[in-house]
Design a protein around this ligand. Structure first.
Ligand code: CO
Length: 217
């Protein structure tokens, strides 16, 4: 209970500090949201969207799940995406993976983790499709990092193929899709793909060879 009490006390302290410096802060925020970013990240407690990007309440619409997946039939992420793009008019959609991801590590091991094995099946496919390239790499850590990166790319590709993004791109260059990786050791974000805002750009980036290595087609 002590831990729980601590976060309740933190909340009151936070409110007090904000109201002292800006008495109208919560009034303003309660009128509505117009976030610029949709962040799709991992549930990992060490990669909190707003903290690592220095964004304030109201700036970032957030969806997190194990291993930052954008699965084409996941109603949860698709609903967030649709609401974000069509209603909130989000400008940037960012898929953020992270090195040391437990979901990716689980996909590299034998499938004995229970329900989560279904969730990370796509990452197992990425590993299978890249077996030769991965086996040729220096060590486990390097392989692990590469799979984290390929997983982010796969999710950005999946995003680009959703009806929501396709319909938005039919109308104009918005939203912009980005793929980044957070490094737990340095705290830095590394950019893997930046500013996809059309099918043309998506096709240029996701070459047939890259697509083959992500999902085999
Ligand atoms: Co993770």
């Amino acid at each position: 209970m002590e831990n729980y009490r601590r976060i309740m006390a933190n909340n009151r302290e936070w409110v007090k500090k904000i109201v002292e410096s800006d008495p109208g802060y919560f009034d303003k925020l309660s009128k509505g949201q117009q976030p610029t970013f949709l962040f799709i990240g991992c549930s990992d407690s060490r990669a909190p969207a707003e903290v690592i990007t220095g964004t304030e309440p109201g700036e970032m619409f957030v969806h997190r799940n194990i291993a930052n997946q954008v699965q084409p039939a996941d109603l949860n992420v698709l609903s967030v995406l649709q609401y974000g793009v069509e209603v909130l008019d989000i400008k940037h959609v960012i898929v953020c993976g992270h090195y040391g991801c437990g979901g990716v590590r689980a996909a590299m091991a034998e499938p004995f983790h229970g329900l989560v094995d279904y969730w990370i099946g796509g990452i197992r496919n990425i590993i299978r499709l890249n077996r030769h390239a991965l086996e040729g790499m220096g060590g486990d850590e390097e392989r692990f990092k590469r799979i984290v990166e390929l997983n982010v790319l796969e999710q950005v590709y999946n995003l680009s193929q959703t009806p929501v993004v396709q319909q938005a791109w039919d109308k104009g260059p918005r939203p912009l899709l980005h793929g980044v990786v957070y490094d737990l050791h340095s705290g830095l974000l590394q950019e893997l793909v930046v500013g996809l805002d059309s099918n043309k750009k998506a096709q240029e980036f996701f070459t047939p060879q890259l697509r083959m290595s992500l999902h085999g087609a």
